[in-house]
Design a binder for this molecule. Sequence first.
Ligand code: NAP
Length: 505
Amino acid sequence: MVSHVAVIGLGVMGGALARNLARKGYHVVIYNRTHSKAENFLRHYGHEGKFTRASTLNDVLCKLPTTKIVFLMLSAGKAIDIVSDELVAEAHKRLEGDQLSIIDGGNSFYKDTMERCKRYDEKGVEFIGLGVSGGKEGALLGPSLMFGGSERGWEWTHEVLEKIAAKDFHGKPCVTRLGPNAAGHFVKMVHNGIEYAIMGMIAEIFNLLRATIGDRGLGISSDSLLEHPDLGGFLLELMRHVVRKRELGSGHPLVLDKIKDIAGHKGTGLWTCQSALELGCPIPSIQAAFEERAMSAQYAVRSVYSDAMKPSGLKTTVSAEGLMNRVYGALSLAIRQAFSQGLILIRVASKKYEWDIDVQQCTRVWEGGCIIRMPLLREFETRPKETLDKKTKGLIPAKEDPDEPPTADEITREVWWAFSPEFRKIAFDKKRHHQLQELIHTFVDAGIPCHVLSSTLNYVTQMCHERMETIPYIQAMRDGFGGHGFERIDLDGRYNLEWTIHAEE
Ligand SMILES: NC(=O)c1ccc[n+]([C@@H]2O[C@H](COP(=O)([O-])OP(=O)(O)OC[C@H]3O[C@@H](n4cnc5c(N)ncnc54)[C@H](OP(=O)(O)O)[C@@H]3O)[C@@H](O)[C@H]2O)c1
C-alpha cells in the first residue's frame, strides 16, 4: 500500500494535484524550484492534509519510502529532462532495490515521452507519460487521466491514480493504462485537438445566434443546447455562463465584448495537426479550429482587408425557431465528427507506434473530469452487434501478406464500424447533414465566417462521395507538369501522357 507520494512543481496544476492527493489521505512531499512558492502553498493549504516540504530533489527522494512515486507537474520541454535526469542520477547514487516511478503529468510532446521512456527504462526507472485533463478544478476534484507506460509502471502506480481520478458514468475511475510509453500523452494531445474543434464550433454558433436573434436570446439558446438529448456536456455548460456574464456598471455590457480577439494556444493543438499531417490522417475540423486561432494573431492583415472590403452586413430571413432546429441537428453531427476524426487519428498512430490503444477506453476515461466530457460519450460504450461485412461496406479485404500492416484508410474504416449504431445514427444522419448544410447557408447569408463547421461539412460531404471527382484533375495536372504518372480505373499499372494540346494538332 502506497502511503507517500511526491509532487514536483506547485504551479496551477501541481498545487491542485498535491491537494487532491492529500485529501485522499496520502502524505505528500512537495518541492518547487522557486522555494517561496512551496512556502506559500503550505501557508494556504497546509491544513488540508499531510505535507512535507523538500529542499532539494535529493531530499524529495530521501523523504519517500522504498516505493517512490514522483509526479512532475512542470512546464513541458527541458524542465522535464532537467528534473528527471537529476532524480534518476540521485536515485542511482544511493538507493538500491527501490522502485522509482516518475510520472510526467504535463502536456509533453509524445515523441519526447517516447524517448524519455526508453532512456529511463535502461536505468530501471519507470517513466510514465500521464495525460491530465480537467484544468485546475479537475486536478483538485478529480481529473481524467490518460496513462502511458509499462505494465510494471501501471502496477506500481495505479492504486494512487485510481484514487485521485474522476469517475466515469458507472462510478469507475477515469484512468486506465492506454498503452506503453507515449500512448497517454498522444491521447491527451488529441483530446485537446478535439477540444479545439468543439470550442470552435460552439463559438461559431453563438456568434451567429447573437448576430441573428440578438443578445436576449443567448441565455435561452445556451440552456436548450445544454439540455438537448444529443448535446450537453461541460463546454456547453461553460458557455451558458459565458453568454450571461456581464460587467458591473453602466449598461452592463457582456464581458465577451471586452475580451481582445486574440486566441492563445500552448502546443497541443499544433502538435495534433502536425502529427495528423505526418500520419496522413485527415482531421479537418481540428485543423480549422487551429487555423482560426492562428488567424486571430493576424490583426494587421484583418485591418487591411476590412478597410478594403467592409463586410456588407447581409441579413438572414430564417426564424429563430428554424435556426435553432438547424443548430441542434448540425452541432450534434459536427461534434461527433470531431470525436471520430480524433479517435481515428489515435488508432492510426497506435498502429504505427504499436501502442494497441483501445479507443473505447479513451472515451471511457473522458466521461468524467475532462474538458470534453459530455453525455454522448455513452454512445461509445456499446460495440456494434454486426461484424464488418460486405453489405455495410465495412469489410476489410484479406491481405495477400497477412503481416503487412493495414493502411491508414483501412484503419479509418475499421474504427468507423467499431462505433456503436447509436453514434453512427447521428454522425451519419442524412437529415442532420442537411441541417448542417442549411446552417452554413445561414452563415453565408449573414456574412459570418464559420471555419470549423464549414470544414466539418466539407469533410462529411466529401466522404459521402465514394469517388473524389477533383482528384483526377489534380493527377492529370501533376502528370502534365511533372510527369508524375497516374493510375487508371480500368487498367493495371502507372501511366504517363503528353497533356499539352499544340495548335497544329
Ligand atoms: N493549466 C492547465 O489548465 C493545464 C491543464 C492540463 C495540463 N496542463 C499541463 O500541466 C503542466 C503544468 O502546467 P501549469 O499550468 O501548472 O504550469 P505553471 O503554473 O506555469 O507551473 C509550472 C511549474 O513548472 C516549474 N518549472 C518550470 N521550469 C522549470 C525548470 N526548468 N526546473 C524546475 N521547475 C520548473 C515552475 O517552477 P517555478 O515556480 O520555479 O517557476 C512551476 O512550478 C504543463 O505541461 C501544462 O501544459 C495544464
